[in-house]
Design a binder for this molecule. Sequence first.
Ligand SMILES: NC(=O)c1ccc[n+]([C@@H]2O[C@H](COP(=O)([O-])OP(=O)(O)OC[C@H]3O[C@@H](n4cnc5c(N)ncnc54)[C@H](O)[C@@H]3O)[C@@H](O)[C@H]2O)c1
Length: 362
Amino acid sequence: MRKVRVRLGSNSYEIQIGSGLLMQTGQHLKGIGFGDKLVIVTDPTVKSLYGNILKQSLTSGGFKVAILLVPEGEEQKSLETAGRLYDELSHFYAERTTPILALGGGVIGDVAGFVAATYLRGVPLIQIPTTLLAQVDSSIGGKVAVNYGRLKNKIGAFYQPRLVISDINILKTLTSGELSDGLAEAIKYGVIWDEDFFAYFERNIDQVKSLDGRALETVVFRSAKIKAEVVEKDERDLGLRNILNYGHTIGHAIESVSDFKVQHGEAVAIGMLAAGRISNKLGIFDRNELVRLKSLIERANLPTEIPDLEVARIIQAMKHDKKILKDKIRFILPKSIGNVFITDEVSPSLVEQALGGWNEET
Ligand SMILES: NC(=O)c1ccc[n+]([C@@H]2O[C@H](COP(=O)([O-])OP(=O)(O)OC[C@H]3O[C@@H](n4cnc5c(N)ncnc54)[C@H](O)[C@@H]3O)[C@@H](O)[C@H]2O)c1
């Protein structure tokens, strides 16, 4: 098992990464000193694949366990779902010492995390992420939230988990689309923080795509380390943590203009490359590096070209994005692979060029 420590003073915690951890959870939690009751929040697909393994492990560790189900889908990240979970927790007589185990992807992690942050003014949260995106990103850093109407993640909190358990074996049942979502975020870490990690991808992308256990473990471990380092420096997202949005300014706009037909990872990949092109046009990001980035994205089976969407609508959607400062769009741009900077000095016409003239050069 590999471990990453997230150092946040009294809110510090460990991320455990390895194969077969799920079935050891009961034994592991036994020694930590929680109460004798535990609640698993999960969705039907994850429950049918992994719910029983986790429940058995917990019961044999001596815990009384309730499984609370949340149907699948982003629309379940809502106050209604939170309300229903509060009712069910209350029927189970959950106490302040009763941990909530969020077993699932980012949707489950976010809504179960929100409930853990608010029920009885906070009960212990344990993240057991089951998608690659959740293992490399959403389970770490304590952002928990529900959507409010059409407003994404509008109601939430910073609430750190007590523990994150990332079992690599669990990733083997993901669809290729779900894998790509996480892969885009992991490649992002290479660009924003660690050229050596980017080079690891260049050497090992085929093993990662074929779900090789050792390669996946390395990807989750190195991603978790980087996210932990960034969060430690800026827990409340007041500065540095912004760099995690690299590729997301344009990516979110593409997702929204396509009515979410373009998947998150695909949109982020297009956004990362477009940000690279903007930086290249500003004379900052070297062309050879841009070509490296494009080539890795292609080899990861992620798109490099903007789909058939109006560029003007994408720019309009970006203006609605939360990363706007006094009418200027905030961009995270690469200086070189492994190094980014934040700027709000990118003109809409440059964005248009980077998106519109997509096929002409790279
Ligand atoms: N809190 C944060 O810091 C943060 C960061 C990034 C994203 N997010 C949030 O994460 C959410 C997206 O998360 P996601 O991409 O994990 O999607 P998801 O949670 O919707 O899961 C995608 C699908 O995969 C299925 N699934 C999960 N694990 C599986 C497994 N091991 N095998 C087979 N199927 C499995 C689920 O049942 C679901 O249908 C969004 O709501 C986003 O806002 C949060």
